[in-house]
Design a protein around this ligand. Sequence first.
Ligand code: ARG
Length: 278
Amino acid sequence: MTITDTHSTTPARQATAKTVLMCRPDFFTVSYRINPWMNPEDPTDTNLAVKQWQTLYDTYIELGFDVHLIDPIDGLPDMVYAANGGFVIDGKAYGALFTYDERKAEGPAYMEWFGAHGFEVADPKNINEGEGDFLLVGDNILAGMGFRTSVESHTELAEISGRNVVSLNLINPSFYHVDTAIAKLDETNIAYLGSAFDEPSLEKLRALYPDAILATEEDAAVLGLNSYSDGYNVVIAARAKDFERQLKERGYNPIGVDLSELLLGGGGVKCCTLELRR
Ligand code: ARG
């Protein structure tokens, strides 16, 4: 499916239907705290989480995406954040090795799914949280570190993928995965939150993406950057209004969804989405 934006004053953007993996939040709750968004004493509504997640799923189907599902596992409430399940490129799946004990069992569960669905699985030697900290933009992998993913895994992934890995140091505990601080819009464009990175990392981002969209603190605070784009349609948090405006200005088609319940676990649109690349 190809949709081309025809607006004359903005660059033409092109949609490419994606293939993704998702996990229904049947067992979602917040029972531990491994990021500042999580408050186990606050109640969560699993039915509402499923309903909101379903809206995201339906949006992807309407966009013509090929959406695969992995079975959720009772006792792994964060499994809905499929982005952390690994990093998939050229039919190879680099497995996740989680930082916190609470999520460690998700690594093998996702690797089993990749293996059963025709991907060549690379068992990770170093701590990494998959696409949560690895964003493929063109031939570069923008890789987060500082909270979850180890710098050693950056080297490991560079070897496995043959791609250039750009290491970026995250400094704000609320933006602990790179996909909470950078939105990939297409193979040459990104949006990011400057205050989430240290100065050397910002220098790298400015050099690579001089025209990047700079997100506001307000939009980042609803995980607005945690979005997923097909090159034209950008699925974002409905509350990220300035980001929405900037996307329209640049010829993208922002589509807002409300994942407020999943925000209680510290995740948004992108966290629920793992791209599968053959
Ligand atoms: N509760 C999860 C954690 O702290 C949220 C993961 C969000 N995922 C993401 N790709 N940013 O690990």
